[in-house]
Design a protein around this ligand. Structure first.
Ligand code: GLN
Length: 186
């Protein structure tokens, strides 16, 4: 089992260390050819406009619209996986998750915050939100994986693609990385 982490931008090292702690081999994905070597992929957070530009430049835009192994996208990664963005279009949407997102949607005073996140398995973890997007519409075929205490959706799954508005790799919680591994094994 080898999990790739798109390492052209963003906080890929934190994802790497979570996976290493789980005893999993990792690969820093920098070229589309690397997709052939991995069983699952992580799209880390960062800045989605920049992310979209480099995905296009390095030739990932087309393969990632159909690549059929499990994917976990956090924050900017979720934005790129979404089917629709209400405001500033990042320049590329892979349309792998039937959700509508709003970028930087929590306002300046809450640009970044931590909040308890309820996971669908019943556990509560700490969510780290950094200039986070908001999932403003959950479309057909999409399962809710995580919510804030008020019910706001912050994590979703469609098929074998997971998207989170927050950064579990920063609080060190591995529940979603384990879900990714389970999907890759099945
Ligand atoms: N605010 C960023 C964007 O809209 C996402 C932030 C993040 O990935 N932590 O692209």
């Amino acid at each position: 089992m080898k999990v790739g982490i798109l390492s052209l931008q963003g906080d890929y090292e934190e994802h790497e260390s979570i996976l290493r702690n789980l005893g999993v081999d990792t690969l820093r994905v920098k070229l589309p050819e690397h997709l052939d070597e991995i069983d699952a992929l992580i799209l880390p957070g960062g800045e989605s406009t920049h992310f979209a530009r480099i995905l296009r430049r390095y030739g990932f835009a087309e393969p990632l619209t159909t690549w059929d192994r499990p994917i976990l996208g956090t924050c900017a990664g979720l934005i790129i996986l979404a089917s629709e963005v209400v405001d500033e279009h990042p320049g590329l949407l892979l349309k792998r998750l039937n959700v509508r997102v709003a970028r930087n949607a929590y306002g300046r005073q809450r640009d970044s915050f931590e909040a308890p996140v309820k996971v669908s398995d019943g556990r509560v973890i700490t969510g780290v939100f950094i200039r986070a997007p908001r999932i403003v519409h959950v479309g057909e075929g999409v399962e809710v994986l995580a919510t804030l205490e008020d019910g706001e959706v912050v994590g979703v799954r469609q098929g074998n693609v997971i998207g989170l508005t927050f950064h579990p790799e920063l609080s060190g919680d591995d529940v979603f990385h384990r879900m990714l591994l389970d999907m890759a094994r099945s």
